[in-house]
Design a protein around this ligand. Structure first.
Ligand code: FE2
Length: 237
């Protein structure tokens, strides 16, 4: 997770991107993993053995992602599209025409689909709840040295609000994440550490699927950056 950083990320947290660049980035995000994330979780739940606590945690996460029931909001993919509307994009343009994705982004999406339902279950669960849902801040967040912003503070400080004119009302996704994601991060790590102890075959499977995911994710991010017309040099400038 320490390596889940891409050189094009800083560009997304500051002003200067065109509408087309934003659209390219967010449409990829949506089609690659946001829209189907609840279904990917369901696939992992489907290969999880009868471990009550694990199934409950996954079901809870799935419930929030597909309904927003815990945060009293709405399905996260729906909230994402609402945020896009706030930016002025037409929701209809987020429909998949199956020809638009960068090939590397498509490969990452296909990888997630295949591996979310593959044995061993610990690898499927780690792939989604640790790798996909987690960030480069993972270690610091678990150690308590990185504290994510919550509520209106998280919304106000969000780059889309600060730099790109998205109205705060359209940011329910950020509110929902700030509300529930902290406990999901803790659940994710607890499950993996408990059921894939150091040195076990499960731990090796977890590590290897996450390493593969990292490579596919980086290639996908490179592809999106290319579509956006960004180059590595822009980070230093
Ligand atoms: Fe979410």
């Amino acid at each position: 997770m320490d390596r889940k950083h891409h050189w094009a990320y800083p560009a997304l947290t500051r002003p200067g991107l065109t509408r087309d660049q934003l659209f390219s980035h967010f449409r990829h995000e949506y089609l690659v993993y946001v829209r189907d994330f609840p279904v990917l979780l369901a696939r992992a739940l489907g290969v999880t053995p009868p471990l009550v606590g694990v199934r409950r945690a996954l079901a809870e996460n799935l419930y929030e992602e597909q309904t927003g029931g815990l945060s009293r909001t709405d399905a996260h993919p729906v909230l994402f599209v609402r945020m896009m509307e706030g930016l002025g994009f037409d929701p209809a343009s987020f429909v998949d025409d199956d020809a638009w994705l960068h090939p590397a982004a498509r490969r990452y999406r296909d990888f997630l689909r295949a591996r979310s339902a593959a044995e061993p279950w610990q690898a499927a669960v780690a792939l989604l709840t640790v790798f996909v849902e987690g960030s480069v801040n993972e270690r610091a967040e678990l150690a308590g040295t990185f504290v994510r912003r919550r509520g209106e503070d998280a919304v106000r400080e969000h780059a889309l609000v600060k730099h790109y004119g998205c109205p705060p009302e359209a940011m329910a996704l950020t509110r929902a994440h700030a509300e529930v994601e902290g406990s999901h991060r803790a659940d994710a790590w607890r499950i993996v550490l408990e059921h894939a102890p150091d040195g076990s075959a499960a731990a090796r499977a977890v590590t290897s699927v996450c390493e593969e995911a990292l490579v596919a994710w980086h290639a996908s991010r490179d592809g999106v950056a290319e579509r956006m017309g960004l180059e590595p040099i822009s980070e230093a400038s």
